[in-house]
Design a protein around this ligand. Sequence first.
Ligand code: GLU
Length: 294
Amino acid sequence: MTATPRYRGRFAPSPTGALHFGSLVAAVGSWLVARHAGGEWLVRIEDIDPPREVPGSAASILATLGAFGLSPDRPPVYQSQRQEGYAVAFDRLRENGQLFPCWCSRTDLASQGGVHRDGRCIATPDPSRLPAWRLLTPDLLIHWHDDLLGSQSENLREVAGDFVIRRVEGLWSYQLACVVDDADQGITHVVRGADLLDSTARQIHLQRLLALPTPGYLHLPLVLDAEGRKLSKSTAALPVDAADPLPALRAALDWLGVLAPSTAATPETVLRDALHGFGPASLRRSSLGATATL
Ligand code: GLU
């Protein structure tokens, strides 16, 4: 890609269904922070998991973003078309002795909380089945700064263990694809939901192993419903209405803690007005005590 600007952000939805309110919040949040910084805003469709993909949802997500006035500065990138980049990164890790094949099942790992920390496969190798490939993860404390949540640290081995880089089915892991693409697209800042906060240490570790730059990170609070449940498990996970975007757009801005003037008539003008006086410091930091009213 061309020379990286001072700020290039992105929204990276998985096409597992129509855009729902939680994703809209992440899209609006990343858009606002990018525009406030005078930067670019890109969209990447994370379609590397065909079994979970819902046909037509990538197109529907892009159309919905457009209806909400959220148009990316460049054509969207599709991870399904980026296999080569992931294979190069995989080979590099493998050649450096950082990967090992693993036939462990969920049952094999149940006694250690589902986390693999042995540095080698503890199951019997089965040549008739393709293995998963895991990263040999050291006992390492990763520190980083979150632009909203402040100083963060995670013990990689404790939390993530020898995490999967290539899945049994031959599919690339989200962690590998995300790191390769953030670097390839020249993303300087990642703004996304706090459900991905604990992926950040894994991604920073992979960036270091692959000699890739580490972008800035900002994690937005998860949207909870009135019962305090995560959106994905609640009725508020319903798709937002592309035909009537203003109510959901105002609710998303409200959730983020951004003043949303009520008189503007189009999503573009609502967003433009929201940008006046916006600063990342005013974003809501915690889901506690807040619920989304849709
Ligand atoms: N595709 C991921 C999701 O929809 C987001 C990945 C990211 O923003 O890093 O949850």
